[in-house]
Design a protein around this ligand. Structure first.
Ligand SMILES: NC(=O)C1=CN([C@@H]2O[C@H](COP(=O)(O)OP(=O)(O)OC[C@H]3O[C@@H](n4cnc5c(N)ncnc54)[C@H](OP(=O)(O)O)[C@@H]3O)[C@@H](O)[C@H]2O)C=CC1
Ligand SMILES: O=C(O)C1=N[C@H](C(=O)O)C[C@H](O)C1
Length: 275
């Protein structure tokens, strides 16, 4: 079940669910305005009914009884993700949280306290997750290896993105361990078309349709050494496919009944569970 199919990522993920041959639950939790104004959305020919916050408790009880192997996916908004996660935990609904921002510490604490199953990660794209893993391994193997260097991080996304890239925040944490002091607030958010196309190299057709360009530049104190890491994604398919992998992985974990209940995408990739 994908919340919210009315949004860009939710819709792409719902399509990937269908492509993978899984059952897409024909209901989707969404914001009140969408539920009232739109009613339902078509996903690969399947009409999916949008359920607003007022009716979600009643709806979820029916859905749980009809779909006992239910796994939820959340692609909503930073402002609502904590409330949504509380709702999933209270109702013992396993979920994959792709939504970024919100109060991340609270999110993790709520899930741990509830004993609910969840995969939570700011990036579900297999190759980007591999890059994140590599950076984390580098930090563990060579702590402080970039001491004295300067870091600059620039991320470009569609103008509707309200928060700073969750992926960039996660990668910055690895760079911190490598000896580069840098805060989330210092990450440069590029949201104007001129800069996106001119400086970041975003193809024009992806400016608003959805893109995620990230550049991390590491410079030595005297400027004689520069390292640059980039991951540039156009569209949403890579995340949608990874989200389906995460949902399948989570379902397997539930069936296996293992002790660990909270996972990130590095866990999913490390388990060999990404297609
Ligand atoms: N982990 C990953 O790999 C990726 C994560 N993301 C993240 O996913 C999130 C969504 O991105 P995107 O799809 O582009 O955003 P959109 O704005 O397109 O979609 C968000 C949707 O959430 C709906 N919504 C609002 N309130 C609620 C609610 N209470 N319950 C359920 N749904 C609600 C909105 O409806 P309404 O318009 O009515 O408010 C809207 O349809 C962002 O945080 C983004 O950073 C994006 C790409 C990849
Ligand atoms: O909003 C997006 O588009 C994306 N959000 C995620 C993030 O904040 O890191 C992942 C990717 O950058 C696309």
């Amino acid at each position: 079940m994908v919340n919210s199919c009315a949004g860009k990522m939710g819709h792409a993920t719902a399509e990937a669910v269908v492509r993978a041959g899984l059952t897409l639950v024909p209901y989707s939790l969404t914001g009140e305005s969408e539920a009232v104004a739109v009613g339902n959305v078509g996903v690969s020919g399947i009409p999916v009914e949008l359920v607003g916050p007022e009716k979600r408790q009643q709806a979820i009880e029916k859905i749980k009884s009809e779909y006992p192997d239910l796994v939820l996916v959340d692609y909503t908004l930073p402002s609502v993700l904590n409330g949504n996660a509380e709702f999933y935990c209270e109702n013992k609904l396993p979920f994959v949280m792709g939504t970024t921002g919100g109060d991340r510490d609270k999110l993790l604490a709520d899930v741990k306290a509830s004993g609910n199953y969840a995969v939570i990660a700011p990036n579900m794209g297999k190759q980007i997750v591999a890059f994140q893993t590599m950076m984390e391994l580098m930090a563990e193997q060579f702590p402080g290896c970039f001491s004295g260097y300067k870091l600059h991080v620039a991320e470009s996304h569609q103008r509707t993105k309200v928060d700073t890239s969750g992926t960039a925040k996660a990668v910055v944490q690895s760079f911190n361990k490598m000896g580069l002091p840098y805060t989330e607030e210092e990450i440069e958010k590029v949201r104007t078309v001129d800069e996106q196309v001119g400086r970041m190299g975003v193809p024009e057709q992806w400016v608003d349709a959805g893109h995620a360009f990230h550049t991390y530049t590491l410079t030595s104190p005297d400027g004689s050494v520069v390292l640059e890491f980039k991951h540039n994604v156009c569209g949403r398919e890579v995340y949608a496919e990874g989200t389906v992998d995460a949902a399948i992985f989570l379902h397997r974990q539930i069936k296996a009944g293992g002790e660990q209940r909270l996972f990130n995408m590095i866990d999913v990739l490390s388990a060999g569970a990404m297609r």
